[in-house]
Write a protein of this length. Structure first.
Length: 631
């Protein structure tokens, strides 16, 4: 189906249903999660209703995660318009997997407001597998460098964990295709101002079959551990401590490769936080954190000169110390001030203990100029040990036309210093890499047709100078040239009845060619994507269907021997079933890639090497089923 026809049909269908059935379901329950105006904090670092945040933001709730049984963060994010994920395999290529927001891979990832990124490493969402204790995931699509730093060129993912206020224990076990197994345990409690949560999870999987029924070597044996402690020091202060660890042994091999990739991952982060609410107008959040990113991939290959099998270790070990503080003051009913600082020290232990320091100050003012008009301005100052001083401003103007409609325009600048990995990595480092600068312009509108239907639409334009990337001609990092990008997305949500809800999203992204890259980053990024979800809930049953489609994912214009991907356009459908047997027991099943589609999200077909068929093929139809028991 032509993508334009598909978009027109989807929107026309949704609008027609919304208009013709508005009266029928005007009294639909207000509790419906699809239409509630959630309170979000990521857009401005302060609480605000999602539709009034003047930002392109999507919320994935705990209920969404439970109903759809997302096995890791990447599965959850695939449902969000504007987020694109390309995996090489279910396991084994975690460090090479790609995630982009609005076509940019510079993304800040937070857990409870504290950054967990490591220098120069693109966050792999497949490494975050403990999904049971997440309250919601806020996905901010658009530059937010003033508040969150240079990595927020594409956007911000804020993972907010569940509040601990009861005594509760949960066990879960599931199994399915590819010898897939998952075992999880979580216990938590609260008494006299002290709360705790301890959780552990094991994930295992083996070889999988792609959509053609061909077996692909693959292995995952992963362990996730999390400890969260909090103590209320008084009615105004709470001290917290969190420790998260992810360890994994992986093996993988694409069908065209001769030897296995053997990987070991040992990542952890811990943080100490202090939340202070001095009064109803003044609050402060302080965090001290330490992250360790440690991955080691052992590749086997045949030496060209000797013909012997050679083991090549590629290790990345980065230790990040970070101190942040944020003070928020309601200066008046119409003026809120947010200010703070961030200090980061990145140590690349795998590159000779090279260090880089960054010191930053930020200031944001939110002004309610009238009841309908809100102006938000911000400025960030960075002092980088390798690239000096830089100042980035932002401005956002939002207008509330009515109780049902609001719109905003925004402008953000960003500054991205090359990381120690870009500069000093033993294999790919390039000390001549320069800093990247740029700006993003945005426009968005939210509209609620009635109590059963809402819509949001957004546009962005982004300009980058000295874009940092990988230079294939030198096989090193460097500046790939100036880059221009633009795009838009539209989302519709609809409540059809007390039992049926649905959503549809369409995203278009265009990245112009640069000196080193073809359009849409050598065709890796699809020009258009569609996200669809339908949910049916009645009594103890729930059934959810999700679909995603990629259009025009071409790859480079010229390749060495054929198509870059098996198909430029494809649809993937998933379906999940839940049954609440009693108050404590839930049984579930899920089928992924329902129609057994043969496709690939990564490829080795490039100019100069690689040939048709050298694709990292994705799993075909597969299932998982399990049970959860709580008490």
């Amino acid at each position: 189906m032509n993508k334009k026809i598909a978009l027109s049909a989807l929107i026309a269908c949704a609008l027609t249903l919304g208009i013709s059935q508005a009266d029928t379901y005007a009294n639909a329950p207000a509790e419906n999660d699809m239409l509630l105006d959630s309170i979000v904090i990521t857009a401005t670092r302060t609480p605000v209703e999602a539709s009034k945040a003047n930002a392109n933001i999507t919320v994935i709730t705990a209920e969404d995660i439970a109903k759809n049984h997302y096995q890791d963060l990447s599965e959850a994010l695939r449902s969000v318009p504007g987020v694109y994920i390309a995996n090489s395999a279910p396991a084994g290529y975690e460090t090479a997997n790609s995630m982009k927001i609005n076509g940019a891979d510079e993304i800040v990832v937070l857990i409870d407001g504290v950054k967990i990124n490591s220098a120069g490493q693109r966050f792999s969402a497949g490494m975050l597998r403990d999904m049971k204790n997440i309250e919601r995931i806020e996905v901010l699509k658009g530059s937010a460098s003033v508040l969150y730093g240079s990595d927020a060129k594409g956007g911000v993912i804020n993972i907010i964990t569940k509040k601990i206020d009861t005594n509760h224990t949960t066990f879960g076990v599931s199994a399915g295709s590819y010898n897939k197994q998952q075992y999880n345990f979580s216990t938590e409690g609260y008494e006299n101002g002290f709360s705790y949560r301890i959780s552990a999870q094991k994930d295992k999987s083996g070889d999988f079959k792609d959509g053609h029924g061909t077996t692909v070597p693959n292995k995952l044996d992963a362990n996730s551990v999390s400890i969260k402690l909090a103590q209320e020091l008084s009615d105004k202060h709470e001290l917290g401590f969190t420790y998260d660890q992810y360890q994994a042994d992986t093996k993988s091999r694409a069908l065209w490769e001769q030897y296995l990739h053997d990987g070991k991952i040992d990542n952890y982060n811990w943080k100490i936080t202090l939340q202070s609410d001095f009064d109803d107008k003044t609050s402060n959040f302080f965090a001290f954190s330490n992250n360790m990113y440690d991955t080691n991939v052992q590749n086997e290959y045949v030496d060209y000169f000797t013909g012997n099998i050679v083991l090549d270790d590629y290790r990345t070990k980065i230790k990040t110390l970070r101190i942040t503080d944020q003070l928020t003051i309601d200066m008046s009913d119409k003026h809120r001030l947010t200010t703070g600082f961030e200090y980061t020290r990145d140590t690349i232990e795998s590159a000779g203990d090279v260090e880089m320091h960054n010191r930053a100050l930020f200031l944001q003012n939110e002004w309610n100029l009238t009841d309908a008009l809100k102006l938000t301005t911000g400025i960030r100052y960075d002092n980088n040990s390798g690239f000096g001083d830089h100042t980035t401003p932002s401005v956002n103007l939002g207008y509330q036309f009515s109780d049902k409609t609001n719109a905003y325009v925004g402008y953000n600048e960003y500054f991205i210093a090359p990381s120690p990995m870009h500069l000093y990595d033993a294999y790919y480092g390039n000390r001549n890499t320069e800093a990247e600068t740029g700006d993003t312009k945005e426009f968005g509108i939210n509209h609620r047709f009635d109590d059963t239907m809402s819509m949001s639409a957004h546009l962005f334009w982004r300009n980058s100078e000295n874009r940092i990337g990988f230079l294939y001609d030198t096989n090193r990092y460097g500046n790939v040239g100036d880059e221009k990008a633009h795009g838009w997305d539209v989302s519709l949500k609809k409540t059809f009845s007390d039992t049926v809800t649905a959503y549809v999203g369409y995203t278009h992204t265009t990245i112009d060619a640069t000196e080193q890259r073809g359009p849409n980053a050598d065709g890796y990024l699809p020009e258009d994507t569609v996200n669809i979800g339908i949910d049916y809930s009645e009594n103890k049953w729930n059934v959810g269907v999700q679909a995603r489609a990629n259009f025009d994912r071409r790859g480079p214009a010229q390749t060495a021997g054929g198509k870059f991907f098996p198909e430029e356009t494809f649809w993937i459908w998933d379906i999940g079933f839940n049954y609440q047997a009693d108050d404590n027991t839930k049984v579930f099943a899920k089928v992924n890639n329902l129609f057994d589609k043969f496709y690939a999200e990564q490829s080795n077909v490039l100019v100069g090497y690689g040939s048709a068929g050298q694709w990292y093929t994705a799993p075909g139809r597969n299932f998982i089923m399990g049970v959860e028991y709580s008490f």
